[in-house]
Write a protein that binds this ligand. Structure first.
Ligand code: AP5
Length: 186
């Protein structure tokens, strides 16, 4: 199964993708994780991406596209994938269609997790206390949400127009949401 997860920061994309990948036996590909690994390793890409990430802004389309082209062309995506954090604007959605079209691995389902902003702020404040992720401060979280509203939310319509978008209520326990996702995929 070839899946794209959509949803605002903190909506549970990473949490749910981690659970689903076991069940589906496909890789979970998170551009946020790939970028954080590049920052930690101080690669040229990581050094270029860091300031935007710390501010809660999007890293440039060009940098992230290079990352995604390389990752999606790996052999392990032939059996499917769960993509999390990409695409994040309409230009990325169109670029992704091209990359996946040329690999003959197009997206089959876009799953959009819906969670209200106040719940997201609470979830990420809790994670900030527990893990100290540099972009989980309240000010940066508010900016990530604004960037999401302006640039990423319209991506849902890209997949709606293809008839492959499923909206999922992202509020509840992790298990309840996992069950909703499984029902949407069955
Ligand atoms: P990225 O890592 O993608 O961050 P994000 O979208 O903001 O995602 P999060 O990891 O915060 O949230 P999530 O939806 O995965 O939720 P999670 O499961 O972690 O991107 C980071 C940055 O990288 C971006 O700001 C940007 O700078 C850059 N970037 C990445 N991709 C890019 C791209 N394509 N183009 C340009 N720039 C890009 O859960 C969140 C918390 O909630 C966790 O603590 C979790 O335990 C908890 N939780 C999960 N489910 C529940 C539940 N049901 N109830 C209560 N708590 C829950």
């Amino acid at each position: 199964m070839r899946i794209v997860f959509l949803g605002p920061p903190g909506s549970g994309k990473g949490t749910q993708a981690t659970l689903l990948k076991e069940r589906l036996g496909v890789p979970h590909i998170s551009t946020g994780e790939l970028l954080r690994a590049a920052v930690a390793a101080k690669t040229p890409l990581g050094l270029q991406a860091k300031a935007a990430m710390d501010a809660g802004e999007l890293v440039s389309d060009e940098l992230v596209l290079g990352l995604i082209e390389e990752r999606m062309a790996s052999d392990d995506t032939a059996k499917g994938y769960i993509l999390d954090g990409y695409p994040r604007n309409l230009a990325q959605a169109e670029a992704l269609d091209q990359v996946l079209g040329s690999l003959n691995r197009p997206v089959q389902k876009a799953l959009a997790l819906m969670v209200d902003e106040e719940q997201i702020v609470q979830r990420l404040a809790k994670r900030a206390e527990m893990e100290g992720r540099s972009d989980d401060t309240e000010e940066v979280v508010r900016n990530r949400l604004a960037v999401y509203r302006e640039q990423t939310a319209p991506v849902a319509d890209h997949y709606r127009a293809k008839g492959i978008l499923v909206d999922i209520d992202g509020v509840g326990t992790i298990e309840e949401i996992n069950q909703r996702l499984q029902n949407a995929l069955d």
